[in-house]
Design a protein around this ligand. Structure first.
Ligand SMILES: Nc1ncnc2c1ncn2[C@@H]1O[C@H](COP(=O)(O)OP(=O)(O)O)[C@@H](O)[C@H]1O
Ligand SMILES: [Mg+2]
Length: 419
């Protein structure tokens, strides 16, 4: 199979690494990729937002399968464009990806299909927002409707914070059209969980669950980031919870989408809060997560190309998707200062000392002229390791991440700690 992978982060390096293990692979191209993906395939200078450029390339190079990492191209209709010209691309089309790109759509959809989620109201104006937030009391959660690069959600603990959120979204419109409407919802407490299901629209793969860390500092202090680490499975993950989430959330979602003639195929990533009264959906995403992909790809005991193709062809039923019984822990190595300002261009040392217990996935690195890697981003790379249990996986990861260094490097040292 000739494969095109779209995206450029740690998630895409982990996908490229897994794709590289498939006996079905003939040649892999990554658009635009990063210094890590360059060791598994050929990076292209086509941006992930350039859908026409990607489809022209895929046509001219006889690409059999395109796999899309980030949500942007899915929301922009990459799959629709590719299907229209007879190309196969893994992921939902633009309408089905609405589960992620419109939080108001997702909320209405969940209510219509009796999928457990927090109580909410959808509003469009400042006054409606103020009244709705008042009705919920504090704390309350405000969410801009559209894609906002992980910045469109405000957890408000005071009236002042509510006013700031409404001001940002509705008055200053800092998210532009993504803030045309907003969801105001009940604040939930419990344990957060990311659950992933592959589907061809009808059949659902066994689920895999991970927990991620969004804040920059140990013990969840400081600003939000793209993600500083993850582990799988959650200690409270068990067959009955998997069954419950499968039936009450994933199956109902696929059936609900079929009912509105909007069949969903690809990866369904459900963000959940496991509350005292059961799991409740926080959000849907229409693709894999970063850094959760770096955690779950090492646990996947199936051929990612075979699975992805089966999702497109509607015969996932014929593929045995299996997740390892082992655990995996991922820690992200970042540039000091991230997610605000940071310096780049520092040589990375010690990569050759990482033992085979761990895998290094690149995100913000570039290959320098003398063949070494230099830093080029906020999240530089991540280290993932498996183990018989979370503790062993964590020891392997920290044992190896400590061997890698560069000027101003930073990582959290509490990933999978005390669980
Ligand atoms: N109703 C809620 N109650 C408590 N926390 C929430 C709620 N909704 C979202 N959150 C928190 O905010 C984070 C971001 O919200 P989410 O809906 O996942 O949006 P996005 O990932 O698009 O920014 C979640 O990971 C969760 O920690
Ligand atoms: Mg989220």
């Amino acid at each position: 199979m000739r494969v095109l992978l779209v995206g450029s982060g740690g998630r895409e390096h982990a996908l490229a690494w897994k794709i590289g293990q498939s006996p079905l692979l003939e040649e892999l191209f990554i658009a635009p990729g990063n210094a890590g993906t360059a060791s598994v395939g050929t990076n292209l200078s086509i941006q992930d937002s350039d859908i026409n450029g990607l489809s022209e390339y895929a046509t001219s190079k006889n690409i059999d399968l395109t796999i899309v990492g980030p949500e942007g191209p899915l929301a922009a209709g990459l799959v629709d464009k590719f299907s229209a010209v007879g190309l196969k691309a893994f992921g939902p089309n633009r309408r089905a990806a609405q589960l992620e790109w419109s939080k108001t759509f997702a909320k209405t959809f969940m209510k219509d299909n009796d999928i457990p989620t927090s109580d909410s109201l959808t509003v469009n104006t400042r006054d409606e927002a103020v009244r709705a937030a008042d009705a919920f009391g504090l704390p309350v959660v405000l969410k801009a409707d559209g894609l906002a690069a992980g910045k469109g959600v405000y957890i408000c603990e005071s009236v002042k914070e509510v006013r700031t959120a409404i001001d940002d979204i509705v008055v200053k419109r800092i998210f532009g059209k993504s803030g045309d409407s907003l969801v105001i919802e009940e604040y939930l407490t419990g344990s957060e969980l990311s659950v992933f299901a592959f589907s061809d629209g009808k059949t659902i793969s066994p689920l895999v669950a991970a927990c991620d860390y969004k804040r920059i500092g140990n013990y969840d202090q400081g600003p939000n980031t793209g993600g500083m680490g993850a582990y799988s499975p959650a200690p409270f993950w068990n067959p009955s919870l998997e069954d419950q989430i499968g039936k009450e959330v994933v199956e109902k979602t696929l059936l609900g989408m079929q009912r509105i003639h909007n069949e969903y195929s690809g990866v369904l990533f459900v963000g959940l809060m496991v509350t005292e009264s059961g799991p409740k959906v926080l959000e849907f995403n229409c693709r894999l997560g970063d850094p959760e992909t770096q955690t779950i790809m090492p646990l996947l005991e199936a051929d990612i190309l075979e699975m992805s193709m089966a999702c497109i062809d509607g015969d996932l039923e014929s593929v045995e998707v299996k997740w390892s019984e082992e655990s995996c822990v991922t820690v992200v190595l970042a540039s000091e200062g991230y997610p605000a300002t940071y310096d780049t261009g520092f040589p990375i040392t010690g990569l050759e000392n990482v033992s085979d217990k761990s895998t290094v996935f690149h995100a913000g690195t570039i290959l320098s002229t003398n063949g070494t890697f230099n830093t080029s981003g906020g999240r530089v790379l991540s280290v993932s390791s498996k183990g018989r249990n979370l503790n062993e996986a964590k020891m392997n990861t920290y044992g190896n991440i400590n061997k890698i260094g560069f000027k101003n490097s930073y990582f959290r040292d509490d990933i999978a700690l005390g669980i």
